[in-house]
Structure formats: structure tokens, C-alpha cells
Design a protein around this ligand. Structure first.
Ligand SMILES: [Fe+2]
Ligand SMILES: [Fe+2]
Length: 282
């Protein structure tokens, strides 16, 4: 039976390519998931795990992927071994499995900050203050065999956002910066230049305040992040970047300062989506 077109329960999201955890640096794993984002393209919803002497989970995915995320993350590390949960910020697409992880990883300390906890208090049950450490950009976290440095990413959609840099492997988690839809690959080196062409508009959508930025001041901030010396940059919503593609991505950020906001699709796209849905349901 064809479900009525206006029945929200009847909507079945299209299938997405299967993804699995992938090593992106020594003992450092991307935990990927994809969400449908248009014909043949997907939005990455990644997190990361550093499996050092004191294993670190870096963000906990989106509610949409909660079960998949738990399966993938705990195929890389045993819950009992996890010592740290680094929460980049309080957005729902980074806290999807947070409560599960806190429950399943009793030895883990949640690394977050005051304002994230304030904001999470409006949407989640009270989090265990005695299991937290509050750190700010510029602070460091000693995880046994390496010292992780927190920094404020160049593009962010939440004021609590902190990135993470591991000087031991030169791997960086840059959170919501460098978002880009993908036809499937999780690594920029496996994507065509045209696949990466949408990155500026995603950066603009995430941080539209770039239009009011002073170019010189912003360039100093981008340079400071770049000067940390990352060789591998992973992000929540884009491909893994290295080498020339990473340098190009940083250049793209600098060029956004003072540039007009890149418009997002409006009513025309909504009309098209509704028409497509009605045709499919008929
Ligand atoms: Fe965010
Ligand atoms: Fe995000």
C-alpha cells in the first residue's frame, strides 16, 4: 500500500554507503557515518578515537547514528579501557552517544567546559560533575603517552567549540571546520577537485560571521591553528585532509574573511523536494 505523502512516519531515508572505522594516523581512528544530503552525496558525521595508553574518544556522533556509532567505536576500543571522552562542543550531532559512553566507560573522564555543561543541562539529564574536567583553548590534556592541546577552530557553529591537536602523531580534530559533502570517500585524496568545491559554502553556512571579519586579524588566527603543525586533519563533517589539499583548505578559510555570505538554498529547493516526494509516493 502506498503511504500517504503527508505521513511523516512513512518517510524512509535513502540508503547510504557502508563505512567502517579507518586508521588516519598511528593509533588514531576516524569513526565515520554518513547522512543522505541529496542525489549521490552524503554529509559525513565523524568522530575520532585516539587509542594510546589512555584511550580518548573524541566526540560521540549524532543521534541518527547512535547504534551504528556504538558498534563502530567499540570495535576499535574496549569500553572498559576508555579513559577520556573529549567533547568538542555541545551540539547534538557531537553528543549522540554521550550518555551511553558515560555509562559504558566507567573509567572515563569527560573533558568539556563550563558553557557546554550549561547548555547541555537544557537538553540532557544532569551529567556527572565529578567525572569531568573543564578545559579551555590553549590548555593541554596529558593522556599518558601524549599531551593533547586544545584550540579554538577557525570555523565553528557553537561558542563552546574546542579542537584537539596531538603533537605525537601530528593529527588534529578540527570539529565543524572544513565541512564538505562527499559522494562516498572519507579522504580528500580520494575525491575529485569538484567534490571539494562545496567546502567554502559549507564553511560559510557554519560560520556566516566571516562576512564581518577583519582579514588580517582572522589570518592571524588561521595561521596560529596552522602553525600547530598538523599533518592529518580530521573533522566532523568533511573528508580527512593532508598535504596540499590541507594547505588549500586553510587558504580557503583566509579568503572568507570579509567576503559575502554564500547563500544557502531557499524555497525553490523546498518546492523541488516536496514535488519529488509527491512523485515518488504516487
Ligand atoms: Fe556544531
Ligand atoms: Fe557538527
Amino acid at each position: 500500500m502506498t503511504p500517504p505523502a503527508n505521513d511523516p512516519v512513512a518517510h524512509v531515508p535513502p540508503a547510504v554507503p557502508a563505512t567502517a572505522p579507518v586508521a588516519i594516523a598511528p593509533e588514531t581512528f576516524l569513526i565515520p557515518n554518513l547522512a543522505p544530503a541529496g542525489p549521490g552525496v552524503y554529509l559525513p558525521v565523524n568522530s575520532m578515537i585516539i587509542r594510546g595508553r589512555e584511550p580518548v574518544i573524541v566526540d560521540t556522533g549524532a543521534p541518527l547514528h547512535r547504534e551504528l556509532w556504538l558498534e563502530k567505536a567499540f570495535s576499535v576500543v574496549e569500553p572498559q579501557d576508555v579513559r577520556w571522552i573529549f567533547l568538542s562542543h555541545d551540539d547534538p550531532d557531537h553528543t549522540g552517544a554521550l550518555l551511553d559512553v558515560l555509562q559504558m566507560c566507567p573509567k572515563a573522564t569527560l573533558v568539556t567546559n563550563f558553557f557546554s555543561v550549561e547548555r547541555l543541562a537544557l537538553e540532557k539529564p544532569a551529567l556527572p560533575l565529578q567525572r569531568m574536567r573543564w578545559l579551555e583553548p590553549g590548555d593541554t590534556l596529558d593522556v599518558g603517552d601524549r599531551v593533547l592541546k586544545l584550540f579554538r577552530p577557525p570555523i565553528f557553529d557553537g561558542p563552546t567549540t574546542r579542537g584537539l591537536f596531538d603533537a605525537r602523531t601530528s593529527a588534529m580534530w578540527i570539529v565543524d571546520s572544513f565541512a564538505c559533502l562527499t559522494p562516498g570517500p572519507l579522504d580528500a585524496d580520494e575525491m575529485l577537485p569538484q567534490d571539494l568545491a562545496g567546502m567554502p559554502s559549507m564553511n560559510s553556512a557554519v560560520s556566516p560571521w566571516h562576512a564581518w571579519l577583519d582579514g588580517a586579524a582572522y589570518a592571524r588566527h588561521v595561521a596560529a591553528v596552522q602553525a600547530l603543525g598538523a599533518h592529518t586533519v580530521a573533522s566532523a563533517h568533511g573528508p580527512v585532509l593532508r598535504g596540499e589539499r590541507l594547505a588549500t583548505a586553510f587558504d580557503g578559510l583566509r579568503s572568507l574573511a570579509g567576503a559575502p555570505i554564500i547563500p544557502m538554498p531557499g524555497q525553490e529547493l523546498l518546492d523541488e523536494l516536496i514535488a519529488t516526494t509527491l512523485v515518488e509516493a504516487a
